[in-house]
Ligand binder design. Structure first.
Ligand SMILES: Cc1cc2nc3c(=O)[nH]c(=O)nc-3n(C[C@H](O)[C@H](O)[C@H](O)COP(=O)(O)OP(=O)(O)OC[C@H]3O[C@@H](n4cnc5c(N)ncnc54)[C@H](O)[C@@H]3O)c2cc1C
Length: 393
């Protein structure tokens, strides 16, 4: 490691690698620091993304990144009835280990220096300007200067807090997740399954994302509102014992997903936040991989442009925040509102929605149709959406 870089990226997940790649491609000297010994591990993710969304961000990628192509979804209502849903778009379950490592490799090929086992434990500040990081690497401490620091340090992010950006999430706005990778399962590997119901996953849902024949990521996310009495891992254990008692457990992971409103500030003087560190997950689905790539690219490009202009003030870096908000703010705000409304649904409401949807032919069971049925049940959604639409004009 050198003593100075134009841009230091903290965290080697999708957001960090993509920010590092784009900053390096824009001509900046870039250092990417990852605290774990290996990029991509441990995997704390169900690894599912839409194929179109992935291709939009990364048009060419090796087949080895894909564990399983998904053709459809089954939603299991609280009363146990299975509703096959039609999406039109294919999904994929990734091998995050290979995917994350591949993204870091692309950052490195673009010119970024990637260092693992490098735990950033503080920022260097001068007159309220971020100007580098303090890092522990292989038992030694270093202070490395930079013009910009990009915080891509995930859900447990401290980089934003160190720079006095308000990143705290109330407990109720956090999805608490637990997941096992199971083998020896009797499943259709081309279908994802979602279970809903307050006894199964209150304020969230249970998922099964196949990773190939007989293997799947099975887990759940529940709203922080409901974790006082029973933790996500206990819901998971009861479910697996009941449903997949003969499966072998290959991995167990726990983690959080921010599902609250957007952060007010994504940038400071010499500082940018991306991915989960910037709370860029979709509050409704909990998905954050594609958004991490979108935000990472935007931040990396703005960082490189700011280095060229020799201006790393908050005002200049807020070009990234503006771009992000233009593309994503309304979508994520709407998802947040819908999530809050769906949290009000009772099991009987979901069962009634299943009644109506089961009457529809498969090709009509799209997200939009499911949503229309929910609208009939909860007309206030229309009002909320209309307000959003008017505000967006
Ligand atoms: C159980 C679970 C299931 C999920 N399933 C899905 C899914 O199916 N699809 C989907 O799209 N999203 C899913 N998500 C969300 C998704 O995993 C995240 O949105 C995504 O990983 C965000 O990428 P990121 O780069 O911002 O953060 P991360 O992938 O978390 O990367 C952050 C990196 O920063 C490193 N780091 C942290 N602190 C430091 C430090 N001080 N110094 C150096 N390095 C540091 C970490 O080690 C880590 O490698 C899931 C999340 C959970 C918890």
């Amino acid at each position: 490691m050198k003593t100075f870089y134009d841009v230091i990226v903290v965290g080697g997940g999708p957001a960090g690698s993509w920010a590092a790649k784009h900053a390096a491609e824009g001509g900046a000297s870039v250092l990417l620091l990852e605290k774990d010994r290996e990029i991509g591990l441990p995997v704390r993710c169900a690894e599912g993304v839409g194929l179109d969304g992935l291709k939009e961000q990364i048009p060419e990628f090796p087949k080895s990144w894909i564990a399983q192509v998904i053709d459809g979804a089954i939603i299991v209502a609280p009363d146990g009835r299975e509703v096959e849903a039609y999406s039109g778009e294919k999904g994929v379950v990734l091998h995050r280990k290979l995917f994350d490592a591949g993204l870091a490799q692309r950052a490195s090929e673009a010119g970024a220096e990637v260092v693992t086992k490098a735990n950033v434990h503080g920022l260097l500040m001068k007159n309220s300007q971020v100007c580098g990081v303090k890092v522990q690497h292989l038992g030694e401490s270093y202070e490395i200067q930079s013009s910009i620091v990009i915080g891509a340090d995930g859900i447990e992010s401290r980089v934003g807090r160190w720079a006095s950006i308000k990143t705290q999430t109330p407990f109720a706005e956090m999805e608490s997740c637990a997941q096992m990778t199971l083998s020896n399962l009797d499943i259709d590997p081309t279908r994802v399954i979602f279970w809903i119901g307050k006894d199964i996953a209150p304020g969230g849902y249970f998922w099964l994302f196949p990773k190939g024949p007989g293997t799947a990521n099975v887990g759940l996310g529940i709203s922080g509102k409901f974790t006082k009495d029973k933790k996500a891992i206990h819901y998971l254990k009861s479910f697996i014992e009941k449903k997949y008692s003969s499966a072998s457990i290959l991995t167990i992971v726990a983690g959080g997903v921010p599902s609250g409103p957007q952060l007010n500030e994504l940038v400071g003087n010499g500082l940018m936040l991306v991915g989960d560190a910037a709370h860029h997950t979709d509050p409704l689905s909990g998905g954050g991989i594609i958004n991490a790539l979108i935000g990472g690219k935007m931040a990396g490009e703005v960082a490189a442009e700011s280095i060229t202009k020799k201006d790393v003030t908050k005002k200049q870096l807020s070009r990234y925040q503006k771009q992000w908000e233009k593309q994503k703010k309304k979508e994520l705000q709407l998802a947040y509102r819908i999530k809050n409304i769906i949290h009000e649904f009772k099991d009987e409401d979901f069962n009634k929605i299943a009644d109506v949807v089961l009457e529809l032919p498969l090709e009509k069971r799209t997200n939009t149709e499911l949503f229309k049925v929910a609208l009939r049940k909860y007309p206030k959604l229309i009002l909320d959406m209309a307000t959003m639409w008017i505000r967006s004009k």
